[in-house]
Ligand binder design. Structure first.
Ligand SMILES: NC(=O)C1=CN([C@@H]2O[C@H](COP(=O)(O)OP(=O)(O)OC[C@H]3O[C@@H](n4cnc5c(N)ncnc54)[C@H](O)[C@@H]3O)[C@@H](O)[C@H]2O)C=CC1
Ligand SMILES: O=C(O)C1=N[C@H](C(=O)O)C[C@H](O)C1
Length: 270
């Protein structure tokens, strides 16, 4: 049925790309209309379903994002920062909703994404799961209620292949804690400690990263006070939670005006 939004998955052979492709292909509310991989990848030119080891899906993997986006209403993108800014420009040209799950984006990338969002809706979040976005809302409230006598530390753990730290989720949680306290995260963040660091500074928000094995993603927000601790925790055991959120965002964005949105907008948590 052509009235279901057509979605393209970029980085389709990746850990997230494969989960997304499988879920969209089975989703009665969407159509999988394109699959993009980097030039030179062995899947380029193959039917996506066959490349994934299953039945043909009728979607050929391409390394030409412009061609793939031309017929799409949404682009779901979990790739790398440089690829994501290129896709933001191309999705905007195609007036397709761009859902960005990619993390490790720096100021220059964010500026280019903001420019693209003048032409089409972009939904970006360091974590697309319902549970983590609820945790973000809770973190803001708890930080506001407890104040600066309680030290905030964010500990995250991920699989051995993850290339960025702290995780995008940890940074979202840090932003939420800073917002609850009415400060800018950049002014108070301690991103990694080593050696003779001196005592912990009051009001700082600390980050620590663990990498190993196949850990999907775990996040603790620790509020450490005198004689007690509050710990907010999210544990992901299946990447489908991120993929379901991203598909929901792509469908939600269909009737939105151009601009930048987050999963809090999609889930009505703002
Ligand atoms: N926001 C969220 O909920 C989540 C975000 N992520 C983030 O998504 C990103 C990807 O994660 P994974 O799937 O685990 O990584 P991955 O390394 O398994 O997959 C990335 C894929 O992107 C492809 N790629 C890179 N450059 C490309 C280009 N120019 N054109 C087309 N394809 C290109 C790679 O070939 C690879 O297949 C990371 O930044 C990760 O932190 C991951 C899970 C959840
Ligand atoms: O790279 C991952 O795997 C994940 N990345 C996101 C992040 O950086 O927080 C989300 C999730 O935790 C998995």
């Amino acid at each position: 049925m052509q009235d279901r939004p057509g979605l393209v998955v970029t980085g389709v052979s990746g850990r997230m790309g494969r989960v997304l492709a499988g879920l969209i292909a089975a989703d009665p509310g969407a159509r999988l209309v394109g699959a993009v991989e980097r030039a030179g990848h062995p899947w380029v030119g193959l039917d996506l379903g066959e490349a994934m080891g299953g039945a043909a899906l009728g979607v050929v993997v391409t390394d030409d994002p412009l061609e793939a986006f031309a017929t799409a209403q949404g682009v779901i993108d979990f790739t790398s920062p440089d690829a994501t800014v290129e896709f933001a420009g191309l999705a905007a040209q195609a007036r397709a909703v761009h859902v960005i799950g990619t993390t490790g984006l720096e100021a220059g990338h964010l500026a280019r994404i903001a420019a693209a969002a003048r032409h089409a809706p972009i939904v970006r979040a360091g974590n697309m799961s319902l549970g983590v976005n609820l945790l973000v809302a809770l973190t803001r409230k708890v930080a506001e209620a407890l104040g600066e006598d309680w030290d905030v530390e964010i500990v995250e753990a991920h699989h051995r292949m993850k290339v960025d730290a702290p995780s995008g989720t940890a940074l979202m949680l840090g932003e939420a804690a800073a917002e609850g306290r009415g400060v800018a995260l950049d002014a108070v963040a301690d991103r990694g400690r080593d050696g003779i660091t001196g005592a912990r500074g009051a009001g700082r928000i600390g980050f620590a990263s663990v990498r190993g094995g196949d850990i999907v993603g775990e996040h603790d927000v620790i509020f450490a006070g005198e004689g007690e601790r509050v710990v907010l925790r999210h544990v992901a055991t299946d990447r489908a939670i991120f993929a379901r959120g991203a598909i929901r965002a792509a469908l939600w964005g269909q009737d939105k005006v151009p601009g930048e949105y987050t999963m809090l907008d999609v889930l009505g948590l703002v």
